[in-house]
Structure formats: structure tokens, C-alpha cells
Design a protein around this ligand. Structure first.
Ligand code: ADP
Ligand code: MG
Length: 374
């Protein structure tokens, strides 16, 4: 089921006595979520992710705009008639009910023509339990389950009515690191198996990147960029998006363009055809640095961390906005670091370098065909 948001806005009255202006939690969202895909809503805390999800589920009413499921306008439809499954961070299971009873619960509430026989209900509950692989623990109570198992029950309960749209609000945030990894793989698998359009909210960029067919990057109630995770990583629309995606994060420099050359500090580091002369921010992904004895960009070397396959070179430069520059280099290049080095020299990979306007922080394109010999 395709989900369409049209000029969707949600304002909340201000709680701040000094600042009476409304909080615009969701500002004019206008995009389509394709049928059968897993979409990640990604952004820092307070950017409006939960509010967006609540507008889609019907738990919140929009101030303006409309929500469509396929061709149906569901804007005024209450949540229970939208055909959605909801999963929250804190599993919200009924503590006094067994796993089976928790999963059965949504089916037992079906009325009229939707009412199922006991056998049908038990069959559907078992089917959902098998999908999330909790079917061997059907007689347990939630307190007898691990966090990961409880979240599986919550997912089974959301799936048991075969929703048109599955909505997950930070479903992995209460799990420890290993379980989080495992459970997100599970969610991906379940989504693929069922083909249910799934909207997954998270503040964790790695989680969103790894699980989503498409991500919507948000900031302060505004959509920043929509695209496939790799596209957004490779082509961030602005400085915020560039900084929000990637670990270690993009390295940001105060730089300037002069006659088609990018200058960091005092050094001319890259040919960049196109942008007007003047100050810019330059972002360089950690994998955009190449160790070269004759590299144009000279930094003070602070340390080298070997992490198996890769090495992380930590350096500093006056042009950098943060105290440490972090470059990720294949460990085969370790020999390139001079033994007595107080300094290290880099060449830059042009496709890993982004320029941004100093005022608007929007991306500035530069000509790729004029790349400088790399
Ligand atoms: P996120 O899920 O991305 O952390 P939310 O959607 O919960 O963000 O919140 C977005 C903004 O809307 C925040 O500034 C938050 O304080 C505000 N907000 C959310 N719900 C309410 C509410 N019921 N009343 C007033 N303000 C709210
Ligand atoms: Mg939230």
C-alpha cells in the first residue's frame, strides 16, 4: 500500500511562556512512500519523526494537509480503521497475558463481519509468531522474555491482522547493541517476506542506512533529503545531511575557492571547476583522504589507530572545524606514513569532497570532469 503525504503540517501550541510561537513539528511534508518498501524516517531527537508517524497512523490530526493510503484519503479516519500495525520503543505488551494472548488480542477485538472463529485466530497468531520466530515461547509471560523477544512479540501483534502499513517508532532503541543488529536484520527479512509497506523511525543513521530502501532525512520539522541511503550518503543536499550520515563523520573545513582551485588553509588541494570564488565549507569523507608523500594537503599527525582491515589516521589542521581530522585508509598503505612523522600529507578523492555555501549550507556543485589526476 502506497502512502502519500500531501502538504502535511502539524503545529503544537508553544509550552514556552517566553516564546509563544507554535512548534511546527511537521512542516509541509509532501512525498510518497512507495508500496512494499521499507522507508526510514531519520533525524535527531525532536525533529518530528514520531509526529509524522502519528499523523500516518491517525493518532494525531494534521493542522493542514492530507494523508492517503493508496487512493483512499484517510485523513479523517480513526487509527483503528486505517489497517495499520504499530510498534513502539517500549514494547507495550500486556504483562498479565501470555505471548499467545498478547498476539491474539487484536484479533479478539474484531467485530461484525471481520470476526474470526477461535481456530482461525489461533492459526493466524501462530503464523505471526512463526514469522518473528517466537512460536516456541507462546505460553510465557512478557517478564519471562528478553527485551529482544518482547519486541518480537510486539511485532507479531502488529502483524497478526496483516496491516496495510507497518509503523515502527524507534523499535530497537531499548535493545543492547548485538540484539539491535540482529533484530534489525529480522525486521528487514520480515518486511521482505510480507511485502508490507513499512515506515521505520530512528535517530540512528547507521540503522536507517542499513535497513531502508529509502530514507527521509529530517531536521526541525523539515524534510532535508529523500533518497536511497547510498545516494544520500554520496550526494548530500546540504551540510546537515553530510554531517548526519556516516561514521566516522565527514570532516568539515573552512575553505575557499579561488580560480577553480580549492584552498584549505594555505594549501591548494583540489581542482574544482565551476563555483564562484569565495569562502565555502569543504566536507571530506574519512575515506576521501589518500596518503601520498607528495599529497597537496599537509596536516599535523596526531595518531594512527589500526582497526583490522582499516587504519584510522588522526590528524589536525587549522582549517578544520573540529580538533581532529579522521581519515580511514586501507591498512596496506601503512608504509606510506613516514616513521618520524610529525606531519602527514594527503591527496583528496574528488568524489568524496563536498562544497557548501557558508550562508545557506546548501551544496555547491563542482565539475567532476575536471578532476585532478586521481
Ligand atoms: P522526534 O520523534 O523526532 O524526536 P517529535 O515528533 O516527538 O520528535 O517532536 C517534534 C516536536 O514537536 C518537538 O519539538 C516536540 O517537543 C513537539 N511535540 C511533540 N508532541 C507534542 C505535543 N503533544 N505537544 C506539544 N509539542 C509536541
Ligand atoms: Mg520520537
Amino acid at each position: 500500500m502506497k502512502v502519500v503525504l500531501r502538504n502535511l503540517t502539524k503545529k503544537f501550541p508553544s509550552r514556552d511562556k517566553k516564546n509563544k510561537a507554535d512548534v511546527v513539528a511537521v512542516n509541509n511534508f509532501d512525498f510518497e512512500i512507495p508500496d512494499g518498501k521499507l522507508i526510514g524516517l531519520l533525524g535527531p531527537s525532536g525533529c518530528g519523526k514520531s509526529t509524522t508517524l502519528n499523523l500516518i497512523s491517525g493518532l494525531e490530526k494534521p493542522t493542514e494537509g492530507r494523508v492517503f493510503f493508496g487512493e483512499d484519503d484517510v485523513t479523517n479516519l480513526p487509527p483503528e480503521h486505517r489497517g495499520i500495525g504499530l510498534v513502539f520503543q517500549n514494547y507495550a505488551l500486556y504483562p498479565h497475558l501470555t505471548v499467545r494472548q498478547n498476539i491474539l488480542f487484536p484479533l479478539e477485538n474484531l467485530k461484525g463481519k471481520d470476526k474470526l472463529s477461535r481456530e482461525e485466530m489461533l492459526e493466524k497468531a501462530m503464523e505471526a509468531a512463526k514469522l518473528v520466530q517466537i512460536h516456541e515461547l507462546m505460553e510465557r509471560k512478557p517478564r519471562e522474555l528478553s527485551g529482544g523477544q518482547q519486541q518480537r512479540v510486539a511485532i507479531a501483534r502488529a502483524l497478526v491482522k496483516r496491516p496495510r502499513v507497518l509503523l515502527l517508532d524507534e523499535p530497537l532503541s531499548n535493545l543492547d547493541a548485538r540484539l539491535r543488529l540482529q533484530t534489525r536484520e529480522e525486521i528487514k527479512r520480515i518486511q521482505k517476506e510480507t511485502g508490507i509497506t513499512t515506515i521505520f523511525v530512528t535517530h540512528d543513521q547507521e540503522e536507517a542506512m542499513s535497513i531502508s530502501d529509502m530514507i527521509v532525512v529530517m531536521r526541525e520539522g523539515m524534510v532535508q533529503q529523500i533518497g536511497r541511503p547510498q545516494e544520500v550518503y554520496d550526494n548530500p543536499a546540504n551540510l546537515f545531511v553530510a554531517k548526519f550520515l556516516g561514521t566516522p563523520p565527514v570532516n568539515v573545513f573552512e575553505a575557499r575557492v579561488e580560480q577553480g582551485q580549492l584552498i584549505l588553509g594555505e594549501e591548494t588541494v583540489l581542482e574544482v571547476k565551476g563555483p564562484a570564488d569565495g569562502p565555502v565549507y569543504a566536507g571530506v569523507r574519512p575515506e576521501g583522504f589518500l596518503l601520498r608523500r607528495d599529497g597537496a594537503f599537509c596536516c599535523a599527525l596526531s595518531g594512527v589507530e589500526v582497526m583490522g582491515r582499516d587504519i584510522s589516521v588522526v590528524a589536525s589542521s587549522k582549517a578544520s572545524l573540529s580538533p581532529a581530522i579522521r581519515a580511514i585508509i586501507g591498512s596496506e598503505n601503512l608504509a606510506e606514513i613516514p616513521a618520524d612523522a610529525g606531519q602527514v600529507r594527503f591527496a583528496l578523492k574528488p568524489d568524496k569532497v563536498f562544497l557548501f555555501d557558508r550562508e545557506t549550507e546548501e551544496r555547491i556543485a563542482f565539475d567532476v570532469s575536471a578532476r585532478s589526476g586521481l
